[in-house]
Design a protein around this ligand. Sequence first.
Ligand SMILES: Nc1ncnc2c1ncn2[C@@H]1O[C@H](COP(=O)(O)OP(=O)(O)O)[C@@H](O)[C@H]1O
Ligand SMILES: [Mg+2]
Length: 257
Amino acid sequence: MTQTTPTQEHTALKVTHLSVDYGDVHALDDVNLTLQSGKLCALVGVNGSGKSTLLKSILGLVKPTTGTITIGGLNPARARAAGRIAYVPQNEDVDTTFPISVEDIVISGRQRHMGFLRRPRKADKNAVDQAIEMVGLTDLRHRQIGALSGGQRKRAFVARGIAQDAQLLLFDEPFAGVDHASEQTIRTLMRGLATRNKTLLVATHDLAGLSTFADEALLLAGRVLIHDTPDIVCTPEILAQVFGIVANKSTSNSTEN
Ligand SMILES: Nc1ncnc2c1ncn2[C@@H]1O[C@H](COP(=O)(O)OP(=O)(O)O)[C@@H](O)[C@H]1O
Ligand SMILES: [Mg+2]
C-alpha cells in the first residue's frame, strides 16, 4: 500500500587512497570516501583544505598522484564522457566575458543526449525549458552570463546540472556571493535532487544550517578528518580542532628544516 517509489541505493562515488600534488604542494593526502546514491554530502573545510581539488579530481580535471576514483563504476574520464557528472563551478572559475546566455549554458548540459549532430530534439528542448523554469530563470533565459547576478549565474549552472540528468552533482561553493533568495532556491533544488536518488557533493565553508540541509558531512584538511552526520561533524570541539590543524599544516609548509 505504500506510495513511495522504491529507489535502489548503490555506491555512486568511491574515492580510494587519493593523493594530489601540485608541484611541491601536497593538496590531498590519502583521501578515502564512499557516497551512496540519494545522499547529499557537504564537503567542509577552510580555504586551502583541498575541497576544489577533490571536486576537480572527481571530474578528471586534476590528475591524482596516487589513488583511484570511480563514479558508478566508471573512471572520471568515462563518467564525464557519459554525462554522469554535473559540475557547478565556483563563481571565480566562470568566465563572465564569454558571450553565452542562460539558455546556452543549460543546453550545454544536453550535449551527451543530443546524438551525433548535436542538434537539440524535442526531449532536449523540454528538459531545458523545465530546468530553467525550476530555477526561476524563465524571464532571463536569453540574458548573457555577464549580465547576471552571482545568484542568477549559479542558478543557471544548477539548471544545466538538472537538464543533464547526471547521477552525481558536484557543487563548488554554491552559496558564496549569492543572494538569500537564490540560496534558498538552490538549497531546495538540491534536496529535491537527492530525493530523486541523485548524489550531491557540495563544497562549502558555510556551516550554518548544515544539519537540516546535508545528510552527511566530510571535514577536509588536506586529508579526511571526519566523515559522519552533520551533527557529529559540526561540534565546537571538532571545528576548533580543524582550525588548529590547518594552522599547523600551513606553518609546516615552511621550507626551513
Ligand atoms: N593549480 C594549482 N597550482 C598549485 N597549487 C594549487 C593549485 N590549486 C590549488 N592549489 C593549492 O592546493 C591546496 C588546496 O587548494 P584547493 O583545493 O583550492 O582548496 P579549497 O578549495 O578547500 O580552498 C592549497 O594549498 C592551494 O594553494
Ligand atoms: Mg575551493
